[in-house]
Design a protein around this ligand. Structure first.
Ligand code: S3P
Length: 170
């Protein structure tokens, strides 16, 4: 299964927790990019711009999908990955369930502010909101949407696990 959503949605935390609970493999696409590039996401943005980052992101996703075995796994994508139509197409095959973790943009902003991780595309609150609104229609193409508003990691993880069984959240 693949977790998508905006910055602050909880893709990495929920993905890691879910994989641990299920005994599945967890892959974080940003980690794979950093490993293959030998640079942090922030450095890639600084040195190669967003276009350079998107190219590295696409390559890492292609390699990940091409190397998939039958072992069950959770894949967490960076906030912009699923928004690129080529990437969404790669994830549209059978056997991959795409789950969109959503929350009100004010909450996503607050979570990112608390988290203090360096995010090149988190500039001002207005820019953050605009980017969220621009991307939301693309996220809604995921098979499943889970509202994470006001919920902790454990609750969201349980909802995602439920959605794996039923095909629907809750
Ligand atoms: C990005 C989100 C980041 C990271 C990069 C670009 C985006 O991941 O991939 O900074 O375009 O929204 P997170 O969603 O894990 O913060």
């Amino acid at each position: 299964m693949v977790l998508v959503g905006f910055m602050g949605a909880g893709k990495t935390s929920v993905g890691r927790t879910l994989a641990r609970q299920l005994g599945w493999v967890f892959d974080d696409l940003d980690d794979l990019i950093e490993r293959s590039e030998g640079r942090t996401v922030e450095e890639i943005f600084q040195q190669s711009g967003e276009a350079g980052f998107r190219a590295a992101e696409r390559k890492a996703l292609q390699e990940l999908i091409a190397g998939l075995s039958s072992a069950p796994r959770v894949i967490g994508l960076g906030g912009g990955a699923f928004v690129q139509p080529d990437n969404a197409a790669l994830l549209g095959g059978p056997g991959l369930k795409v789950v969109f973790l959503d929350a009100p943009v004010e909450e996503l902003w607050r979570r990112c502010e608390l988290d203090r991780r360096e995010r090149p595309l988190q500039r001002s609150e207005a820019q953050f909101r605009g980017l969220y609104e621009e991307r939301k229609p693309a996220y809604l193409k995921a098979a499943i949407r889970i509202d994470t508003a006001g919920k902790d990691i454990e609750t969201v993880t349980a909802e995602v696990a439920c959605s794996l069984d039923s095909g629907h959240p809750g």
